[in-house]
Ligand binder design. Structure first.
Ligand code: NAI
Ligand SMILES: N/C(=C\C=C\C(=O)O)C(=O)O
Length: 487
């Protein structure tokens, strides 16, 4: 345990108050490898207190009109926006990503999440049907489910927390959220804004700590009927097991092994920079990142040469460096895991074209113990290799050739995941055909990560269960009832 004097110490936020905890976990600055923060190591007791607060707040919050709740969300968005720079600096320090990315992606999207659901909650309609022969009118009503449990990962901390929190409270639920123990700071900072925004005590409770301890206490609690989770597949399995005895409603947003399919008629001027970005943005730590690049044989050599050149320009630097495209990975353990995949690829006879073990990474002395690595491109690798099958979740991408459309669709679909794919071609018919046949919840053609928050987001196969978005999140965070009126 590091000396605690200068360390930032977080507290749980329960019933509108910051509450200290009996024990704490060290949290590291990924760019230096030093402990800089202490995160509450909460457990069952803290979850019980949060459940009591959320239960007490539910009748009042759920009885408010959608317009009133919408106004609160708008105020919270405005307050977050005012703190954008502080939040961006904190997110970067906690997660390792560049300040530029936090400033231009993470925090703006957190603000947008509140504004988006503040607006969309006002526009839902319900169904109504007539049954004249029986003299009946049928209609549906929706009601908030109750206390929503939200469990979030470390890669896009405030971005993904607010993507769950905003629709949950907009729909009238009260919430207990558990951020990742690796990245808890911006959630704690957001708690300081809740009262000013007009969020009543107990509506939003944030309990910090590890998955096995506080995460499981939340999932197992009988008064939490709904869990929204983003993270890894093994954790999703555990959450499913613990939820089963209570028949909980589950939304599981999991990993991917996302293909990019690049046909010979692709516009390489656009495709190459976008595919570098889709492979390495946020250090490759986004579930939507590309990690298998299939390139049609006739342009394979040209693509590979230009792609490696462009990857070498994707600068790794300390997170505050405005010219850096990539910062540090989340943890030492994760860095080692990512590196181990490159070792395995090399042992299998694959070629590492740039990055780890090939190029030299230069860092200031203070950052030598940080969790940095270079973006790495692997080729001459078999589809059966673990690097082509498993989610690495780091700055590593594999490039392989293909002959024709049917073959590449079959190969792209040959993994257990089905989250996101990109297709590059100027043939509109082909783009439609291929997109339709890919086993993937999201397909971007000639682009990547252009998000329309109204439409369903989520994966098929082992990439998860359920979808998030305007209508989908509303349906998940509410229960529907059919009412029949005989007249
Ligand atoms: N969105 C995604 O697709 C993400 C995928 N991952 C994948 O997962 C791998 C491992 O990353 P982790 O942070 O370990 O992911 P994880 O799935 O263990 O963690 C995600 C969240 O679940 C919580 N959690 C862990 N065990 C739990 C349990 N038994 N009950 C309830 N909550 C629990 C964690 O504390 C964290 O808040 C990554 O290398 C990556 O491959 C990680 C983060 C996000
Ligand atoms: N769920 C993840 C990303 C979501 C992005 C979005 O909603 O735009 C992830 O990386 O885990």
């Amino acid at each position: 345990m590091a000396g605690t004097k200068a360390l930032l110490t977080l507290e749980n936020f329960i019933n509108g108050k910051f509450v200290p905890c009996d024990s704490y976990i060290d949290s590291y600055d990924p760019s230096t490898g030093e402990v800089y923060c202490r995160v509450p190591n909460s457990g069952k007791e803290e979850i019980q207190a949060a459940v009591e607060a959320a239960r007490a707040a539910f009748p009042g919050w759920s009885a408010r009109s959608a317009q009133e709740r919408s106004q609160v969300l708008h105020r919270l968005a405005d307050l977050l926006e005012k703190s954008l720079e502080d939040l961006a600096q904190a997110e970067s320090r906690d997660q390792g990503k560049t300040v530029t990315l936090a400033r231009t992606l993470d925090i703006p999207r957190a603000v947008q999440n509140f504004r988006f659901f503040a607006s969309s909650i006002l526009h839902h309609t319900s169904e109504c049907t007539q049954m004249d022969h029986a003299g009946c009118l049928h209609y549906t009503v929706r009601a908030p489910v109750g206390i929503a449990g939200l469990i979030c990962p470390w890669n896009l901390p405030l971005y993904l927390l607010t993507w769950k929190l905003a629709p949950a409270i907009a729909a009238g639920n009260t919430v207990i959220a558990k951020p990742s123990e690796l990245t808890s700071v911006t959630a704690w900072m957001m708690c300081k804004l809740l009262e000013t925004a007009g969020v009543p005590p107990g509506v939003v409770n944030i309990v910090f700590g590890t998955g096995p301890r506080v995460g499981e206490a939340l999932v197992s609690h009988p008064e939490v009927p709904l869990i929204s989770f983003t993270g890894s597949q093994p954790t999703a399995e555990r959450i499913t097991q613990l939820s089963a005895p209570h028949c909980k409603k589950l939304s599981l947003e999991l990993g991917g092994k996302n293909p990019a399919i690049i046909f010979e008629d692709a516009n390489l001027e656009e495709c190459i920079p976008t595919t570098v970005k889709s492979s390495f943005a946020n250090q490759g730590e986004i579930c939507l990142c590309t990690s298998r690049i299939f390139v049609q044989k006739s342009i394979y050599s040209e693509f590979l040469k230009k792609f490696v050149e462009a990857t070498r320009m994707w600068k790794v630097g300390i997170p505050s460096d405005p010219s850096a495209s990539m910062g540090a990975l989340i943890s030492k353990a994760h860095l080692e895991k990512v590196r181990s995949y490159i070792k395995k690829a090399r042992a299998e006879g694959a070629r590492i074209l740039c990055g780890e073990g090939v190029d030299k990474l230069s860092l200031p002395p203070r950052n030598q113990a940080g969790y940095f690595m270079l973006p790495t491109v692997i080729t001459d690798i078999k589809d059966e290799s673990c690097c082509m099958k498993e989610e690495i979740f780091g700055p590593v991408t594999c490039v392989v050739p293909f002959d024709n459309e049917e073959e590449v669709i079959q190969r792209a679909n040959s993994v257990k995941y089905g989250l996101a794919a990109t297709v590059w071609s100027s043939n509109v018919g082909r783009v439609h055909r291929v997109a339709k046949k890919l086993q993937s919840g999201l397909v971007w053609t000639n682009c990547w990560l252009i998000r329309e928050l109204n439409l369903p987001f989520g994966g098929m196969k082992s990439s998860g269960i359920g979808r998030e978005g305007a209508k989908d999140s509303y349906e998940f965070f509410t229960e529907i009832k059919t009412i029949t009126i005989k007249h």
